[in-house]
Ligand binder design. Sequence first.
Ligand SMILES: [Zn+2]
Length: 216
Amino acid sequence: MIYPYRIEQWKKRFRPFGVVIKCILFLLILLIIFLLASNRMTPEKRLQILRETQVPEWINVQLIDVDGASRRGEELQDVQDIVIHYVANPGATAQNNRDFFNSAASNVSSHFVIGLDGEIIQCIPLNEKCSASNWRNLDSISIEVCHPDESGQFNDASYQSLVRLTAWLCDLCGLKNDHIIRHYDITGKMCPLYYVEHPEAWEQFRRDVKSTRGFF
Ligand SMILES: [Zn+2]
């Protein structure tokens, strides 16, 4: 049995340590808040990174011309989301889509197109607006993906490239996984069709991206 007077003695003895521990905890919390605040990526910092980043060798850079429609040459305001699309043209290649973006007939574009062999073509610089995601063109990066048939489902090669590219972009921009969205989430458009009709496959895609990433 512990007598009450013993407890009082212990309290007296350890009281100064209690104050020290509280001070240390307080300082630790301040330090964590400071580190989190300094690590938070501001729009300016993000855009600077996008301006200066050299894309990896697994991306084929074929920028389209600045024509005032498909590519306006305007800088993004920020990158809040990575937007996934499907090309809605079964069997078309990444090169077909990129060349269409570059033609006079087009007033649309996306930063990247992923082809049926998993090839990735970049059409718009990372720090510029594309013309794919309506009013979110000003603060998002878009990826269009080719598909073999009307279902809109991506084949394995395209899927693996999509996971790789999305993970790389999220890491680059310091975005958490819930900032990977569908065109559908912006406008309600059935794009990318398969992931609108199969929300469980969409969640699996986001999990696959997450598992290829480090900290986030
Ligand atoms: Zn779309």
